[in-house]
Design a protein. Sequence first.
Lengths: 571, 113
Amino acid sequence: MNRLLVALSLLVAPALALAGGPLEGQTERQPLNLHAIGMFLAFVALTMGITWWAASRTKSASDYYTAGGGITGFQNGLAIAGDYMSAATLLGLTAMVFGQGYDGYIYMIAWFVGWPIILFLMAERLRNLGKFTFADITSYRLDQGKVRTLAAVSSLTVVIFYLVAQMVGAGQLIKLLFGLPYEVAVIAVGALMMVYVIFGGMIATTWVQIIKAGMLLCGGTLVAVLAMSHFDFSFTRLVSEATARFAEVNLVKDAAGNLVGKDLLAPGGFLSNPINAISLGLGLMFGTAGLPHILMRFFTVGNAKEARKSVLYASAFVGYFFNVIFIMGLTAIILVGKDPAFFEKGLVPAAGVAGKVVGGNNMVAMHLAKFVGGNLLLGFLAAVAFATILAVVSGLALAGASAVSHDLYARVIKKGKATEADEMRVSKLATIALGLIAIGLGILFEKQNVAFMVGVAFGIAAAANFPVLILSMYWRGLTTRGALAGGITGLVSSVTLVFLSRSVWVNVLGNATPIFPWEQPALFAMPAAFLAAFVFSRLDATERARSEIEAFDDQWVRAQTGFGAAGASKH
Amino acid sequence: MSSEMYSRMKQNPKFQELVKTRGRYAAGLSAIVLVAFFGYILMVAFSPRTLALRFSEGGTLTVGIVAELSMFIGFWILVALYVRRANGEFDALTAEIIEQAKADIAAQSRGVA
């Protein structure tokens, strides 16, 4: 029973780290960290300068939403990596390797594997068919009003849940890293996000993400290299020392019921249920391919060639960084794990007791930075974490604002007759509204467990956005009715299943056992959405359905060749 | 104009060839990624001990680490292979198809005039 509880509790933390979500639970406020604040202010000053420069270059709606399509594949690859790797990736996954060993590494490949699939199946088609939002693609030959409204509603739901989760995580993290009060941290993040997005649009957002990705890659590499120098750069020595130490502090029962040291390099408990494992893999892979702020990045490059290169660079950076985190986690087992200064009660002599890390396990990466590079490196890594949050929330806010202004206002309400100036004004108002909602809910949910919010965001992305998007690109037979049925089924089933699963039913509502026993809804909600879209499209015998099916041919040729695609605007 | 371009391109046998070749290539690469990844996930679920096996007695390299590192590198190589072929061969073919459709339409309008 005890083991089961441990296995279950292990499921929550990684689910968070995975989804790029917030850090779980409340943190304790730490003493004011001046190095970190100084370096973060330098980052803010730099990005404000860029925002000012970007504002002068943001003239048309295309500049605002997609940087005029003028981002190169390399820049976009960095920006995607910056958009994708959150603070929880750095802190949460390092903590997982530190605490659970090889399991952390398994999660990293699940986090990575969506990228090749996005390239092979989607990247160039997104670029060839889309303009500003992914609803441009789903509504390409279907009913503009209905399909766009659905896409905008599901995009906004994803954005708001993800945004609030990030805000709560940001507040806890900044309290921990910088020693600032929670509310101050949330308001600062919300205010900076609004400034970047309102004044600098996609150009500023992209550069914030690029700079952040650069800082993250450099900071992580520096920590990993310095840490490896303590092991004479020998992976063999690192692993044998870490394995020995890991087995000392982590005990498990073997087949005979004897307590033995846990093997650092053996998979542990949390993916032992195959349904959970497959559902999680599906949810991550296709959730990534249905997140509006990630999809939007593909419209910022000039053509399909650059869109493909974006994935080439992005996957290189993401894959590289995960392996850096693996090294950080392994070295931390020795460097942090054997230093009494990093434990609340020092090192506990008894075997099988790991002791409580100061500030919680999420601080392991920070402690490692302090151990290998002193307060200066600690400050730098803390500033990187703050910058990381800003880059992620800015991308989210822009995606949410464009769903309101481009989809709902310009296309659904004004039926394509809105002027560009009006559309951009609405977008800026929407950004302010989203910023205020995020700050308000962020403060309101301070003491709540927000893990489920990331689950909801990924669930909707995988089960509502992805099926409609992929069918609209690949299946001639999709009709408006089918798209609506599929999208609504995915939306409702994924939200319902998350609420019936442990993350809400038990952790938030306090019931004893979950009604839905698995962690990720994707394995069930995705097939339901596909089935609904298929059945309702097939049963749709209206005149409109016939013309929608006929319109597929032109769309197919455009998707394949890029002829007629929105080009890069010239400056 | 656009619609006429699209129907002309679609009739071009080269277009059918592009769709077929690129579609097969993308599907094949996707299949490799999916089989490798879900195969690995099933190993984690059903045979975790295999992943913890060392290559040599008392060694530090396990089947799991080698498998996963190979996936990180291998998947990226597949990405690079696709980008190389799509940005070279497939894009050249696409440009040919577009040019030919344009030329056909221009020739036709001259004929009418």
